[in-house]
Design a protein around this ligand. Structure first.
Ligand code: HEM
Length: 420
């Protein structure tokens, strides 16, 4: 049933709480539907190819190198006592996203400010469905934070346009997009001026011009879509890896081998892809603790969803990812965390139709490969640089929902530096 909803774009489209267009911009691409949405998305696909993702790796590496040192410092400052790490995971993931999306055009201070303030944006969206924004309410603070991010990103676009026009190399998603836009413009102008284009490669797809604010808004949707989901996954990943030393040992072994024992050595895409066990852990983690439990859609017209029921036009219809991911006919002991099912088992083939973690149909997650490789990079590096312990409380396995899912005790951990 969930698959049917995701895959019925002629009957349904995604819907959001009233405040979302105010935060993201009314004319944002994520609110497009049908052909207009498909066309816009085509222009973004090239930003997530293997070749493109490789360019963003050094920025990600850099952030982990720095934050993992902070993890150790936090434990030291707390006198070795456990500290709830959920907020810290949110900050690291925000910093990683920002480096991947807008590279080094943004200062460390701005990264820190956005990471801190992003919490206000998620809070503003906490199912608030109030049509106006009143001063000093959650939505007001959320809007202020969103405007600040949009302004910062627009400044980055201006800098990226200058650097890409001067032939600089691509270091982030923004560069990749700006470069494609400039190449398209060059091609079009050459055609218009009757200049031979045989020394130019025709860009596919040929992009139109985008304003700084349009690019900023689109990158903001990436941050918006990734921040809560990736933070949720990272929090559970660290909690579960600590609870399962057998799993963590195998991740570590695989990473040491792939990186010739040097935790600080930059990793490339082939190495990352070769780490099959680490990637199986991420895959299973996302099945076991799917960050996005529900995706709200709305019926554009009467939608005969089954023999006996037609969803009336205008009603919300909300596919959940959870049931498919716990289907006992596909996953033996579905409530057990078992990476083996994705490493040596048949979960990938048998559960091909069940893996709704990233949605399905025309709106499926554009960042899914990036997200999984980033989580593999994160836990792989951590396994080499850190030892950590989870300090369970009665709330550790209880789930709270803050846009995505988190352990109710915010994941108390202690870290120490690992001497290899
Ligand atoms: C573990 C991390 C992530 C999870 C679990 C996740 C999950 C999802 C889900 C369930 C959807 C809705 C799909 C649908 O309606 O069919 C979605 C959409 C989306 N995601 Fe992700 N996501 C993650 C990370 C990311 C990242 C890192 C990015 C950006 C680079 C991203 C960008 C997007 C965008 C732009 C959409 C909307 C696509 C559209 O409407 O065409 N996501 N994601």
């Amino acid at each position: 049933m969930a698959r049917k909803i995701f895959n019925s774009p002629s009957f349904v489209k995604p819907t959001v709480v009233d405040v979302a267009p105010k935060l993201l911009g009314h004319d944002n691409w994520v609110f497009l539907d049908g052909k207009a949405h498909v066309d816009f998305r085509k222009g973004l696909n090239s930003l997530f190819t293997k070749q493109a993702l490789e360019c963003y790796l050094p920025g990600q590496d850099d952030v982990y190198n720095r934050y993992f040192k902070d993890f150790v410092a936090i434990t030291k400052e707390a006198g070795g006592k456990p500290v709830p790490f959920m907020a810290m995971f949110r900050e690291v993931m925000c910093a990683v996203s920002l480096r991947s999306f807008v590279g080094h055009y943004i200062s460390d201070e701005a990264v820190k400010k956005i990471a801190d303030d992003y919490y206000l944006i998620t809070e503003a969206l906490e199912l608030v469905n109030f049509p106006i924004i009143l001063p000093y309410t959650k939505t007001w603070y959320g809007k202020k934070a969103a405007d600040m991010v949009l302004d910062e990103f627009a400044k980055c676009v201006a800098k990226s346009k200058v650097r890409m026009a001067a032939g600089g190399d691509v270091t982030c998603i923004m560069d990749a997009w700006v470069k494609s836009i400039l190449e398209s413009k060059r091609w079009r102008e050459a055609g218009e001026e009757g200049i031979a284009t045989n020394n130019l490669e025709k860009p596919v797809p040929l992009l139109r011009d985008f304003t700084d604010m349009e690019i900023s808004q689109t990158l903001f949707t990436f941050l918006f879509a990734s921040q809560d989901a990736t933070s949720s996954a990272a929090t559970w990943l660290f909690q579960i890896a600590a609870q399962r030393p057998d799993v963590l040992d195998r991740i570590r072994e695989e990473n040491i081998k792939a990186r010739d024992g040097d935790a600080m050595a930059p990793v490339n895409m082939d190495q990352l892809e070769s780490m099959k066990y680490t990637r199986a852990v991420v895959r299973e983690l996302l099945r076991y603790r799917p960050p996005v439990l529900m995706v709200p859609y709305v019926a554009k017209k009467d939608f005969p969803i089954s023999k006996d029921y037609t969803v009336p036009k205008g009603a919300m219809v909300i596919p959940t990812t959870y049931m498919a991911l716990r289907d006992p006919e596909v996953y033996t002991n579905p409530d057990e965390f078992d990476p083996e099912r994705y490493f040596s088992g048949d979960a990938e083939e048998k559960g091909a139709k069940n893996y709704l973690v990233f949605g399905l149909g025309p709106h499926y997650c554009i960042g899914q490969t990036y997200a999984q490789l980033n989580l593999a990079l994160c836990i792989g590096k951590a396994s080499m640089m850190l030892n950590w312990e989870h300090h369970p409380t009665p709330l550790s396995e209880e789930i709270k929902v803050f846009a995505t899912i988190f352990p109710k005790d915010d994941c108390p951990l202690t870290f120490e530096e690992r001497k290899n």
